[in-house]
Design a protein around this ligand. Structure first.
Ligand code: FES
Length: 180
């Protein structure tokens, strides 16, 4: 049913297993056959896929397609990876039986889901950073308020001292006048 290339990759698939430090994970399933595929991506800050791996409870075509797909997207940007069509996987394999075409589609869908997951996580990180940034001016304002209050307190004390001194000065003047 499968050609030699497919069999060769099936016997030695690449990028199998969970990927530590993955920041994009996509899980997809095929309702018709009940197979499931989980794809892991490690994407750097420039949006380049540094590493990719997969786990699948699926048929030989799904395993082979995932192996090829993960190899194809390594080193690509996420936008480039999204352009990957299952036909490219099939071409690389030298063909798949017609009733196994959907297995290669599963690999493509898993990549799309993993990238969606990555973008969602990035958006959350960006939101958190923005919230922290927004909080900073409030802290600054609080410090300015504290300083202003201290200055006002000091001014009031000085004013009280000035009044006391002024009263004391008046009393002294009276004493001097009386003595005269
Ligand atoms: S038969 Fe289900 S993925 Fe291949």
């Amino acid at each position: 049913m499968y050609n030699n290339k497919v069999m060769e990759i099936f016997q030695n698939p690449k990028n199998v297993g969970e990927l530590k430090g993955a920041n994009g994970i996509g899980t997809v399933g095929n309702e018709a056959c009940g197979d499931i595929m989980k794809l892991y991506l490690k994407i750097n800050n420039n949006g380049v896929i540094e590493n990719a791996s997969f786990k699948t409870f699926g048929c030989a075509a799904a395993i082979v397609s995932s192996s090829v797909a993960t190899e194809m997207i390594k080193g690509k940007t996420i936008d480039e990876a999204l352009q990957l069509e299952n036909e490219a996987i099939i071409d690389y394999l030298g063909g798949l039986p017609d009733h196994k075409i959907h297995c290669s589609i599963l690999a493509k869908e898993a990549i799309t889901e993993a990238i969606k997951d990555y973008r969602k996580k990035q958006a959350k990180i960006a939101k958190k950073a923005q919230n922290q940034k927004d909080k900073q001016p409030a802290t600054k304002e609080l410090k300015v308020e504290e300083k202003t209050k201290k200055i006002e307190d000091a001014t009031q004390k000085m004013e009280a001292t000035r009044k006391r001194l002024s009263l004391f000065g008046k009393k002294e003047d009276k004493k001097v006048k009386k003595a005269k």
